[in-house]
Design a protein around this ligand. Sequence first.
Ligand code: GRG
Length: 416
Amino acid sequence: MLFSRISRIRSTGSNGCRWFLSHKPHLQFLNPPAYSYSSTHKVLGCRENFSWGLPALHGFRHNIHHQSSSLVEEQNDPFSLVADELSMVANRLRLMVVTEVPKLASAAEYFFKMGVEGKRFRPTVLLLMATAMNISILEPSLRGPGDALTKELRARQQRIAEITEMIHVASLLHDDVLDDADTRRGIGSLNFVMGNKLAVLAGDFLLSRACVALASLKNTEVVSLLAKVVEHLVTGETMQMTTTCEQRCSMEYYMQKTYYKTASLISNSCKAIALLGGQTAEVAMLAYEYGKNLGLAYQLIDDVLDFTGTSASLGKGSLSDIRHGIITAPILFAMEEFPQLREVVDRGFDDPANVDLALDYLGKSRGIQRARELAKKHANIAAEAIDSLPESNDEDVRKSRRALLDLTERVITRTK
Ligand code: GRG
């Protein structure tokens, strides 16, 4: 059972996505193949509200059961399930960035302060993954009876969640400098508030503290995985800012860049959680597949929301990508239906009239719908990876797996 599902994933997943198969990505990008990919929830301990609920569940809930069912929902909510640990991770992150230089200290802790911690999507996934794979196979060096070992393993897995969040925030700091952004997470971006130089240094500082934490795990495979992630972030960002006209219009290139910029971090961190837990290569691969496909689905929806915002209508989003000349899945799909759109894209989007023209074509096309469908496909592959994990009768394990499945729904129904 396990292996038949693994092979199903292999045929459609990481290795199943054609854009990851090529060992010569540049050649592939130069000559792209025809692309035919035929609740408001309150995070505990966090002051921000995020629309991560499932509207359908809320819409049809019978009034009489309102209180009890919302309690059950709350208990099974992915973020609530790990709320206490998320607070511990947040506290440790604040301690991990302490330094004696006052300006560096305030720059480094900027996005770890309460209320501006973001959605905490990555640590939530990683902590749930740690429980979902609690299949009692400990790393050889940790094998032995007793609760202390389980706690030690959990602490090491929490450390991965902390490192991942640090790498994520470091990349946001650098990204905002490159984009000259003035806001992030609803407040002034660090470059806007403290200047580019301090923002770059703060990003470097977070990366170096993440490296120290990583080294303390004394697991070279995990170190390699996360070092690769940093390389991927830099590669993805560079791919985005150095595209040729051909590459900008290639779905292969877009998906590869999306993997590097968004999905690599969560997928390799999920794999790191599995490796620390002493899981088999097959189980670690399933963890990786879950993270990769969840990350791809997440970014595809992000790219849709850039056009639609919270409503379904076009032009309600920030239109930030297209205004920056970044071509994403909805436009790429629209271009397949309306090849004339290619000329508009090639002219660039410095002229707002060109943005309007592209939006007209997008509105007439199935671009938004097809990008959503592609996100759903990836979300389904992520769900299959969870369903393929070795069976477990442990109630906590099952709950965490349900929560991971729940997240695959939420990524595609989210409006923020
Ligand atoms: C310094 C590691 C490092 C990298 C430098 C700038 C750069 C190279 C990479 C940019 C990577 C980047 C910012 C990718 C975007 C990833 C993404 C989906 C960000 C938004 O994540 P959310 O929605 O944000 O989870 P919150 O604020 O909720 O954490």
